[in-house]
Design a protein around this ligand. Structure first.
Ligand SMILES: [Zn+2]
Ligand SMILES: [Zn+2]
Length: 110
């Protein structure tokens, strides 16, 4: 009887742990997609603004700082279109004046 109870308790703990991990994975996924959405919103809103007030031009050719992939697809400055890229979200883009501007989609998750 006690052995059965112990088994039931162990099973309960295992299920609870599994649920916790699933929740954690979901939360990480949710944060990832929210950041992507933030970035696309910034993109859709027209542009990023550099500290000196310039509008950062996101059109034209961009080279991914992580994998070196070069593309002129819309948004390529913020998101590398290479499906094999290990860091597809650029941490920052560089304004024509030389200043770096943080990519709103790349905010660091603590
Ligand atoms: Zn890349
Ligand atoms: Zn600038």
């Amino acid at each position: 009887m006690i052995a059965a109870l112990r088994f039931a308790f162990a099973a309960l703990v295992a299920v609870g742990e599994g649920l916790l991990w699933a929740l954690l994975a979901l939360r990480i996924l949710g944060q990832g997609t929210r950041h992507l959405a933030d970035g696309r919103k910034a993109l859709g809103a027209g542009a990023l603004t550099c500290p000196a007030g310039h509008e950062v031009d996101l059109a034209g050719f961009h080279e991914c700082s992580a994998c070196g992939f070069v593309s002129d697809e819309p948004g390529a400055a913020l998101f590398c279109p290479n499906p094999y890229c290990e860091a597809p979200v650029a941490p920052y883009v560089t304004c024509e004046c030389g200043r770096s501007v943080v990519n709103p989609a790349a905010r660091v998750v603590p």
